[in-house]
Design a protein around this ligand. Structure first.
Ligand code: COA
Ligand code: MG
Length: 290
């Protein structure tokens, strides 16, 4: 089951990690990268590993955002956190699935050393953070059985291209970031994995967050990364099918079951065919939560 809400928590803050656990978020992304100062990197590794060790068996899916390969810290991050048993690794700033292959080698070694099943750790790349990555979204297709989804990011990409901002005055993305977002959607669908929407930074604006998440769900995202506990409830709600949607999906499925030899049918004056049936099945599947 793909998490709806992926709450970022700075890995050097045990207080926030504990808060995250009871926030209602489906998943926590314990961050070793951009929210942790250089002087705190090694302490954060140990704190994140201890937190996972204590909570891996609980209901919240625990992920770690490691440092990107160019920092030289990735291998040490992996070696220290994998024995604790995180659900997955969030990989920042890959240029393509080649970095995923490099990550897989590190994961397999760390899993083996820890006596864990090789392949148990999933991976979520933040697939649009470098200029080169924009031309490589297709490389994730068939790249790894560990691939749990694709997500994207606007802030690092805008810094890399020298943009003053990724957004217009009314909050909409400028063209490069709309492109990155669309490529993330298409790349994830092509790879057969979930697309996860990127963060909405204005954590005091919950109406804005709700509208942003609703737009993400409309466009095909299965969940969103978030940065503050206040964003959890609206995000979970936005990525949960409404009773009306469930009702409609059940009707569509019942209609096709009642007419097994029909390819196209009508419901309430609207045409239904194979993609509508698949859509209805996906909505019902997304409604099942443990
Ligand atoms: N996860 C868990 N708990 C969080 C949290 C988070 N991401 N963000 C805030 N909280 C907690 C705070 O600790 C505070 O609890 P406390 O008063 O008991 O200590 C409470 O929620 C309210 O926080 P608030 O005062 O509104 O925010 P803040 O000023 O403390 O923090 C941020 C603001 C942006 C620094 C913080 O939300 C944060 O660290 N977000 C994640 C940053 C990150 O990981 N970025 C990388 C990905 S883009
Ligand atoms: Mg970043």
């Amino acid at each position: 089951m793909t998490p709806r809400s992926w709450l970022f928590v700075p890995g050097d803050s045990p207080r926030k990690m504990e808060k995250g656990l009871t926030s209602g978020a489906d998943a926590l992304i314990l961050d070793l990268e951009d929210s942790v100062a250089s002087s705190q990197k090694l302490a954060a590794r140990a704190q994140v590993a201890a937190f996972i060790e204590a909570n891996a068996a609980g209901p919240v899916s625990l992920w770690v955002r490691v440092n990107p390969f160019e920092t030289g810290l990735t291998e040490g991050d992996i070696a220290e956190v994998i024995p604790a048993g995180p659900a997955g690794i969030v990989l920042p700033k890959p240029d393509s699935a080649r970095q995923l292959e490099a990550l897989e080698v590190l994961l397999a070694h760390a899993e083996q050393d820890a006596g864990a099943m090789v392949g148990r750790t999933s991976v979520l790349p933040i697939a649009t953070e470098t200029p080169l990555s924009i031309f490589n979204m297709h490389t994730y297709v068939g790249a790894s059985a560990r691939l749990a989804g694709l997500t994207w990011g606007a802030e690092d990409l805008s810094t890399a291209v020298g943009a003053a901002t990724a957004r217009t005055a009314d909050g909409a993305y400028t063209p490069l970031y709309d492109l990155a977002r669309s490529l993330c959607l298409a790349g994830a669908a092509a790879a057969g994995v979930a697309a996860i929407e990127t963060v909405y930074p204005d954590f005091r604006d919950l109406d804005g967050m709700a509208a942003y998440a609703a737009r993400g769900r409309r466009d095909g995202f299965a969940g969103a990364m978030i940065i503050h506990p206040s964003q959890v409830a609206v995000t979970n709600a936005a990525f949960t099918p409404s009773p009306a949607e469930l009702d409609h999906a059940r009707k569509v499925i019942a209609l096709f079951e009642a007419n097994p030899s029909a390819g196209a049918l009508a419901l309430d004056g609207m045409m239904l065919d194979a993609p509508h049936l698949r859509q209805a099945q996906r909505i019902l599947a997304a409604a099942v939560r443990p």
